[in-house]
Design a protein around this ligand. Sequence first.
Ligand code: 6PG
Length: 253
Amino acid sequence: MPLTKVFSFPTPDKVSLALDQFLTQASSEAIAQTGKFTIAFSGGSLPTSVAKYLKDNQTIDFSKWYVFWADERCVDYDNADSNYKLVKEEFLDKLSNKIPAAQIIPISESLVNDSEAAAADYQEQLVSVFGDQKTPVFDCILLGIGPDGHTCSLFPGFPQLNEKSKWVVHIDDSPKPPSSRITLTYPVVNNAKKVVFVVTGAGKSQTIKQIVDDKDDSKPATRVALPKGTVYWFVDDAAAQDLSVVKPSEFKL
Ligand SMILES: O=C(O)[C@H](O)[C@@H](O)[C@H](O)[C@H](O)COP(=O)(O)O
């Protein structure tokens, strides 16, 4: 039975603090086991939440990190809609190059005008780190959710939800602008050791209830279930206000 743990904190700041602790331990465990820590970031509000304390972390060996994107808009790196730009400015640029440039793996900027080619190229980038023998096993994938329950760029009722073999696919009619994107697929997301949903604010409280309590399969985030790992929710009390599941009174890994 896939395991889900919900950690709720009084404020977004406490969520960021807990994420710093969580990623310190997850990174240490992964590096001890495999010599590296593979992580994928989503866009939206997530990078700012995750980076708030993590950017100043002095414990983590960032030189062993491999940074990918769970989804990305097909725009130039300097475009305000770029998730690469967002993660770079909120996090990577504040690490003073502790992560080797070759271990930071964004979409290929030369392919942003051809989302299908960009998706195929990104899959090759995954192969370069994980090999081509089996589906990548990310140590940690950081996800947000939209009000419609989308996650990554997997949107309700869209064909990308049904992808069973490709690790990365494209979309050119995203209901959330910009319309052209690439996204990890469920085969990769659900093969991760840890998935962490980071959600704050009352605006998502009903959506979280529909996903976590009601297990509403029409919400793409509901179908994130790790047979070999754990799905974590790091939320603030405002986002968790409609949840009936028992929330641990305090964060313990
Ligand atoms: O590129 C994207 O748009 C994101 O990856 C997307 O999946 C995001 O995580 C959700 O839309 C939540 O965004 P907010 O946290 O900003 O509401």
